[in-house]
Design a binder for this molecule. Structure first.
Ligand code: SAM
Length: 252
């Protein structure tokens, strides 16, 4: 475990934020603010798992919060932005005591955490009985929403039919996955955010934000070109997300 220290770095945001946060910061309203809403009344420790650049931190100011991620480059951006405290560790080996957290938040991370079952067991271990898990995950596109054609052309250029997440079952199946473990579902809401694709730059950013292990550079360039050609002022791509809030069961 390594602790990343905000106090030793420049307070200015000098490191470029990864594409995923930059995409979600351009949509019509903040998905991170939406995720943080159910945690506003938490006074105890909130552990942000797979915090990345820690965008959620800005929505939980004044709370006892700690971000955990395995990537030193993501954490470096978080440090540069003054989003602390942070710990470099794996989600399946959290350096947090049993029952120590009042809440866990997981912004766009459950779909990529591996091994998922060990990470969920760790989340259940560190949460006190009755503690909350708030998670934001990608959701299905649904039937012919506005902008569907833009997505279809991007996926076609990439040679895939859907996003190749490591844990696709936690996307729309998150309620089922958590319900089978030691969690009681409090709420599950789907919301579609709109990302403006008005320029080629926005198209490139969107494609850069996609999780595409093993996709060739040619296909990625083709997807950027296709989406860039589709870009127009006023055009948007739908980003459907699901927010699930679950409570760690109080065992008899
Ligand atoms: C899609 S990013 C989301 C980051 C951030 N929460 C956000 O919303 O911008 C997923 C993050 O999970 C982290 N991650 C992936 N597998 C992990 C693991 N096993 N343990 C800890 N972090 C992990 C990655 O390093 C990455 O920062």
């Amino acid at each position: 475990m390594t602790e990343a220290n905000c106090g030793t770095t420049s307070p200015h945001f000098t490191v470029r934020s990864p594409a995923s946060e930059r995409v979600l910061s351009r949509v019509d309203s903040s998905p991170y603010g939406w995720l943080a809403e159910p945690l506003h009344d938490i006074s105890g420790l909130i552990v942000d798992i797979g915090c990345g650049t820690a965008p959620t931190r800005e929505h939980l100011i004044g709370r006892r919060w700690v971000g955990v991620d395995l990537s030193s480059s993501e954490l470096a951006v978080a440090v540069a932005a003054g989003r602390c405290p942070l710990v470099q560790a794996r989600a399946d080996a959290l350096p947090v005591a049993d029952n120590a957290a009042d809440a866990v938040c997981a912004a766009m991370s459950l779909q990529v955490l591996t091994p998922l079952s060990a990470a969920l067991a760790e989340i259940a271990r560190i949460l006190r009985p009755g503690g909350l898990l708030a998670a934001l995950v990608p959701s299905r596109l649904g039937f012919a929403p506005r902008g569907w054609l833009g997505w279809a052309s991007v996926l076609n250029a990439l040679g895939v039919t859907s996003h190749p997440w490591l844990n696709p079952r936690v996307c729309d199946g998150v309620v089922k996955v958590l319900g089978r473990r030691s969690f009681e579902i409090v709420s599950s809401h789907r919301r579609t955010f709109l990302f403006p694709i008005s320029t080629g730059e926005a198209a490139e950013l969107l494609v850069d934000s996609l999780y595409l292990p093993g996709t060739s550079a040619d296909r990625i360039a083709a997807a950027k070109h296709t989406l860039g050609a589709w870009a127009r002022p006023g055009r948007t791509l739908p980003l459907p997300l699901r927010r699930v809030v679950a409570r760690r069961q109080v065992l008899p």
